[in-house]
Design a protein around this ligand. Structure first.
Ligand SMILES: *Cc1c(COP(=O)(O)O)cnc(C)c1O
Length: 349
């Protein structure tokens, strides 16, 4: 840990490092590991997922047209509509589950970026990465994927044609709910990537050394954790599908879900640890279920070893596409029978 690095007697910097903000050697191993897992060219770590995502948009120029999904991580949607538009980006929110809607909205030459999230928070809808990449590239746009919920364990967006893949490393990559971090990985070096680099170096939203090391340590168990969470989420989804007290289970691993076929094409080894339940009794019943769980903890966030349950609409507020009866579940690595039994007793209570 050092904020500064020795300069040579001849006034040079043969170590390649001048100052910690952008040249912290603690970034090297976690960045190299994420690059390898994503089959990319290079990765940049940020102080949070939001820091990583907003850097991708700040790498664009005022006037550029951007397509983003209606169903996406709510805080990024709020930033896009509340900040990026007033900064001069022309942001259009569309239905990303339908490639023909992307085709209809894209403007050849002026659309510079298509941003997708799959599976998408918190309805877990699926966007076809390969089909969307083709549409974006034909129009001259980059495709960026928020792959936080899929993780590199289940999906490699760059192999499917995406140009950039972003993670809230706060979630599965770290896996222990004890830091915030974000990453962006690029398939190639280009002018936009150099601007994203400059946003980090000059904007200064960089990760600390301790967090970089904790992230690396968390990633040592990434595969075990994600596989366990995915297998348990599948079990929970199947158990509550058709349940008398549940109106709908939202999970791409269910054959009846709208995104199942696309998910099967681009995910392997499972459909992730995130699902949502719509409680048949409505909003108050949903809030009561969350109040009555014992093993599931009432908290926001996702991707940790502990299972979390959240009434989502009351977090996202007005303008959110989330139904009021929806509970978002982040499945951890506890015994799955205990997780199901706890939800059962909370539903019956
Ligand atoms: C949490 C999250 C983010 C934001 O990441 P932070 O680390 O909280 O800044 C972005 N996208 C998705 C899908 C997330 O779950």
């Amino acid at each position: 840990m050092s904020s500064t690095y020795l300069r040579d007697a001849d006034n040079g910097y043969s170590s390649g490092r001048v100052y910690m903000r952008d040249q912290n050697p603690a970034f090297d191993q976690p960045e190299a590991l994420i690059t390898e897992l994503e089959h990319g060219h290079e990765t940049l770590l940020f102080a949070s997922g939001m820091g990583a995502a907003t850097a991708v948009f700040q790498g664009l120029r005022p006037g550029d047209h951007v397509l983003a999904p209606k169903v996406m991580y709510w805080s990024l949607r709020n930033w896009l509509m509340g900040f990026a538009t007033s900064w001069g980006l022309d942001v259009e929110l569309i239905d990303m589950t339908d490639p023909s809607a992307v085709q209809a909205a894209i403007r050849t030459g002026s659309t510079k970026l298509v941003w997708i999230e799959t599976p998408a928070n918190p309805l877990w809808t699926i966007t076809d990465i390969a089909a969307t990449a083709e549409i974006a590239h034909t129009a001259g746009a980059l495709l960026a994927v928020d792959s936080t919920a899929a993780t590199p364990v289940l999906t490699q967006p760059l192999d499917l044609g995406a140009d950039l893949v972003m993670h809230s490393a706060t979630k599965y990559l770290n896996g222990h709910s004890d830091l915030t971090a974000g990453s962006v990985t690029t398939r190639a070096d280009n002018e936009h990537w150099q601007r994203v680099r400059a946003v980090r170096a000059q904007g200064g939203g960089t990760l600390g050394s301790m967090e970089s090391w904790l992230l690396l340590r968390g990633m040592r168990t990434l595969y075990l954790r994600v596989r366990a969470a995915s297998a348990s989420a599948q079990r929970v989804a199947e158990h509550f599908h058709g349940h008398e007290l549940i109106a709908e289970v939202l999970y791409p691993g269910l054959p009846s879900s709208a995104g199942h076929e696309a998910a099967k094409r681009q995910m392997s080894g499972g459909f992730g640890g995130m699902l949502s339940l719509r409680v048949a009794g409505g909003e108050q019943a949903a809030i009561a279920v969350a109040a009555n769980t014992k093993l599931w903890k009432r908290a926001t966030s996702l991707g940790g070893v502990e299972s979390l349950i959240e009434h989502r609409a009351s977090i996202e507020g007005v303008g959110s596409p989330v139904p009021p009866d929806l509970l978002r579940l982040s499945v951890g690595i506890e015994n799955v029978d205990d997780l199901i039994a706890d939800l059962e007793q909370a539903l019956r209570a």
